[in-house]
Every structure is written in C-alpha cells, then in structure tokens.
Design a protein around this ligand. Structure first.
Ligand code: RIB
Ligand code: CA
Length: 319
C-alpha cells in the first residue's frame, strides 16, 4: 500500500526534482502539496509547483499557499541559485490549476486528521508552515507519522559557514519543529551534497526525446550565478534525495544525535548544533537549566551511486 505523504515545498529547482521523483514512484500517495516562502516568494512557489504537476500530467492534487515569510526574519530568497522564477531557465507553460482556497496549515491539518494511516510530511523548504501547524493545532502532533526534512547539517553550512538555508531562513520555526515531539528524520547537507548527476547523465537527459527527462536535464544543468560573479554547475538532486531516503532507507546510513538550533542573533544563527559527544560535559554539570536536547535521526552518508540510479530510474518513460 502506497505511503500517504504531504510535500511541503519552496519550489525551486530541487523541490521540483523531488516532486517529479515522488510523483513517479508507485509507493507514495501524495495527498497534498503545501507551499512556503523560501527559494522564491510563496506565490511563485505555487505557480512553479502547479507547472511541475502539469509537466507530470499529475491528477488534481491540492496545492496550498502557506507562509509568505519566516516567523521573525524577512524573506530572503535564493533566486541566484534557482533562477529568477525559481525553476532555472525552464520555461514551463503557466498552469490552469488553482491553489486550494485554504491556507497550507489548514490543508496540512485536514489531511493529517483525515488519513486512515498516519501520514508522513516531507518538508523541503523553510519550516515555517510546520511551525505554524504545530503551534496552531497541537492536536495534530501525535497524528503525524514522521516529518522527514531537508535541512540542517552536522558539518558545514551553505547559507552561512555553519547554517543550512532552510534552517537559516527560519531558525525559530526549525526550533519549534525540532522540539515538538514529532518523530523526525533530518536529511541534511551531509548527504544532500553527495548525490550528483555526472556529465554523461546530464548530456543524456538534455538530449532525450522525453520532455520530462529534458526538463530534469535543464533543472540539473542550471548554472548558478553567485553574487561574487562566479558561475558554476550545481547538478545535485538535492531535495529529491530526501524522498529517496524515505523510499529506500537501505541506501543511507542514519545516526541519532541530540540536536538544537541556534537562533541567537550572530554569526552562527541558523546552525543545527549536533551533539556527537559520547558523554555530556560541563554544560550539563553547571547549567541546571539545560533541558535534554531532542534526539533526531539523521542521514550521515549514503551510497550516492545507487541513490542517483534510483532517481534516474523514476524518470524512465512509463509504458
Ligand atoms: O539548503 C538547501 C535547501 O534550501 C533546499 O531545500 C533548497 O531547495 C533550498 O530550499
Ligand atoms: Ca527546497
């Protein structure tokens, strides 16, 4: 039986790859897609998501607009990574699909409570919608099977030297989710950076006669124009890897560690602090106020070649 999921996205390039992969799998039942401001503005996220669903000839899955900005910070888009519209230079036709009349938080609550078997949320953008859901409707917390989230890092950052973009964009929201008690799986930069399309695959996809494969080639082949003026390729499947981790956990190595988010203003704001010490230190002895940190399962490494093959296999034209 297909696993019921909701994808919470800030459709940009790799969210689109995740939508494509999730839709092409037969073992995931995408009940709804909720949109959040991140890579681009939330209205553009909705337009991009609907355009990708058209590319997939997907059924009428509810697409809902959510938070227009983080809980505290102003929105800070990543258009230099994902292109002006968020979908590289892919000119997908505008969709006739209309977003749901309800806010993303309402759709999340409705689908979570209606699911006959507990539903998994795959969060691929800033965690603002999830935080609003948890704070507005605490009754749903124990009805969520798991939140698999692309975010954080047990090593270095990307948005800053230590913070990963989705967490950096809304650290308060990430902290609310981390401390909610919902079972969590973190798909952080430690694996996110590993699954890369090689030149041969890029060439194959770009030259394909299949429109979906050509679109994936354009998304993966997009040249990032950094603020410094440098341009570079970024052929990561990115968020799609988090969905791969959900359907094929055997391709990943997971560890469980205490994690907290730094949201004090300063150089490390948005860092996921992963406590990999085998014993507590002075902070536990001398800081009696210290609460135990939530212990989070996180992907630390993967068989990148097999994950890439899994992603590619989902692109095979259906008979
Ligand atoms: O740090 C990478 C994450 O930030 C990805 O989810 C990407 O789409 C952006 O949202
Ligand atoms: Ca994303």
């Amino acid at each position: 039986m297909a696993r019921p999921v909701i994808l919470d996205v800030d459709t940009g390039i790799d969210d689109a790859l995740a939508l494509i992969f999730a839709h092409r799998r037969g073992d995931l039942d995408v009940r709804a897609i909720t949109c959040v401001a991140g890579n681009t503005g939330v209205d553009q996220v909705v337009l991009n998501t609907c355009a990708v669903l058209d590319l997939l000839a997907a059924p009428d899955i509810p697409v809902a607009a959510g938070a227009t900005r983080p809980l505290v910070e102003p929105p800070r888009d990543a258009s230099w990574v994902h292109g002006a519209g968020g979908l590289a230079d892919l000119a997908l036709p505008p969709s006739a699909r209309q977003p749901a009349a309800l806010h993303a938080v309402e759709i999340l609550r409705r689908e979570i409570l209606a699911a006959a078997t507990p539903l998994t949320v795959v969060a691929l953008g800033p965690l603002t919608n999830l935080a609003l859901l948890i704070r507005t409707y605490p009754d749903v917390v124990n009805r969520i099977e798991r939140i698999v989230f692309m975010g954080g890092s047990a090593s270095t950052g990307n948005a800053s030297p230590v913070a990963e973009y989705n967490i950096w964009h809304d650290p308060e929201a990430a902290a609310i989710m981390l401390n909610s008690g919902v079972p969590l799986t973190m798909y952080g930069l430690d694996v996110y950076r590993r699954v890369i399309a090689d030149t041969a695959l890029l060439g194959e996809l770009k030259a394909s006669t299949d429109p979906l494969q050509r679109a994936v080639g354009a998304l993966l082949g997009f040249e990032v124009a950094a603020p410094t003026g440098e341009t570079y390729a970024n052929p990561l499947i990115g968020d799609a890897g988090a969905v791969c981790g959900l359907v094929a956990p055997e391709l990943f190595e997971f560890e469980t560690w205490p994690v907290q988010v730094e949201f004090a203003r300063g150089l490390s704001r948005g860092q996921t602090l992963v406590d990999r010490r085998r014993t507590l230190g002075e902070d536990a002895v001398h800081d009696s106020r210290r609460e135990p940190w939530p212990r989070i399962e996180m992907a630390m490494s993967c068989d990148a070649e097999r994950v890439m093959a899994l992603f590619k296999d989902a692109l095979r034209p259906k008979d």
